[in-house]
Design a protein around this ligand. Structure first.
Ligand code: GLY
Length: 388
């Protein structure tokens, strides 16, 4: 009997020593999440969005079909719960996630359905395996697919902006929503959703990028003939500039397209556009809000773009053997280190990171803490942990 116990003890010790120690930066995130939950008043229809410079607590938006960021807070809670197994955080993750269910039952307002539902319900299903979360994701994918225009071959990103742009518009950010379609097609949904995602990714590659691998925010098409009319910016400095977060969505997006398709074309493209971004970064590896903004180095930074790219590069590195893959991983680590030491809120407010820029041309959320920066930062920490 004693022998059995000592064998068991030895294997438990071996298992414990094989489990990588948790990154202290994840501990910081868990602690920040707990503090934020104490400051929020448990109204799950109010979703944390940003913290202005000098403020200390999250400013919230009422959840609605017209907002794109309400999935990130529940997504953060799921990652924090996964790392800590803290029951209070887990319960909040469920409650904030389930407050978004109505979106699955509503007609798509725009392309942002993946942004809203994959960090929330996607992580809920990944962690709990509960069927109800899967059903919601499948229903949402159906709503998103309704925005696909087969004449163009892409999803209409902003139905409300058709008149303004003079046609069917497709924006860089829209790539992230393809994750929901790819996933749903593989998990019991309509197989055609995969074809939609592939067509959208291919057209975006054709018309939202320049030959040097930098990106346009928006491509506009004739909705009937599908002809590409022109490409331009919306949130960037100029039509021909590289808006940092747009490029970050591209890097994350094509890496994810490779995950689902294993088509080398997407992998090569993800590397090319990553290199176009990485080659032009400032020394601390966190970009100014637009790489071509006129007053660099006085321009505001965008920590959210850095967090998105760090998370994407961790995944990208896993698909690339040898030195090239190792270099992407090393760069991702350095970006996370820079964010953690130079952009950390460090008790100034309830977020993880400072210094993100939402929409500079509109003058909104400039140099703020923004919820999606925190989401991709904690996702990067999670990916670093599981890659060990
Ligand atoms: N999806 C909008 C943005 O990146 O700001």
């Amino acid at each position: 009997m004693n022998k059995i116990f000592s064998a068991l003890a030895i294997s438990l010790i071996a298992m414990a020593s094989c489990t990588p120690a948790r990154d202290s930066r994840m501990d910081f995130c868990v602690s920040q999440v707990k503090t934020a939950l104490e400051h929020l008043d448990a109204d799950y229809t109010q979703s944390p969005r940003n913290i202005a410079p000098g403020d200390t607590v999250w400013s919230c938006r009422e959840v609605s079909r017209e907002c794109w960021t309400e999935g990130f807070w529940p997504g953060i809670l799921w990652y924090a719960y996964e790392a800590s197994q803290d029951k209070t955080i887990g319960e909040a993750a469920r409650n904030y996630t389930e407050a978004l269910e109505f979106i699955a039952h509503s007609k798509a307002y725009d392309h942002d359905l993946g942004f809203i539902m994959f960090p929330s319900f996607g992580n809920a299903y990944r962690i709990t395996g509960e069927q109800k979360y899967k059903d919601i994701l499948l229903e949402t994918a159906g709503q998103l697919s309704e925005l696909y225009n087969p004449a163009v071959g892409t999803i209409l990103s902003w139905p409300r902006e058709v008149d303004n742009f003079g046609g069917h518009n497709t924006i860089m950010d829209n790539l992230i929503n393809l994750e929901l379609l790819f996933w749903a097609a593989e998990n019991g949904g309509d197989p055609n959703w995969r074809d939609i995602a592939i067509s959208h990714a291919d057209k975006t590659m054709e018309n939202n990028f320049r030959p040097d691998g930098t990106s346009y925010h928006v491509a506009v098409y004739d909705p009937l003939s599908g002809r590409h009319l022109y490409s331009c910016t919306h949130q960037g400095f100029a039509d021909d500039s590289m808006w940092a977060r747009g490029q970050a969505w591209g890097i994350y997006g094509y890496t994810m397209c490779y995950r689902f398709t294993k088509d080398e074309k997407y992998l090569d493209f993800a590397c090319r556009i990553s290199d176009a971004y990485l080659d032009k970064l400032p020394e601390d590896l966190v970009p100014y809000w637009d790489f071509d903004a006129p007053c660099i180095p006085q321009e505001p930074k965008d920590a959210s773009a850095a967090a998105i790219v760090a998370s994407a590069l961790i995944e990208l590195s896993s698909y690339i053997p040898g030195e090239k893959g190792a270099n992407y991983m090393e760069t991702a680590r350095k970006i996370v280190d820079s964010l953690s030491s130079n952009y950390c809120s460090a008790g100034l407010n309830d977020a993880f990171l400072l210094h993100s820029t939402g929409h500079k041309p509109n003058g909104s959320e400039v140099d703020y803490s923004i919820i999606y920066a925190d989401y991709y930062y904690i996702e990067a920490l999670h990916r670093l942990q599981v890659s060990k």
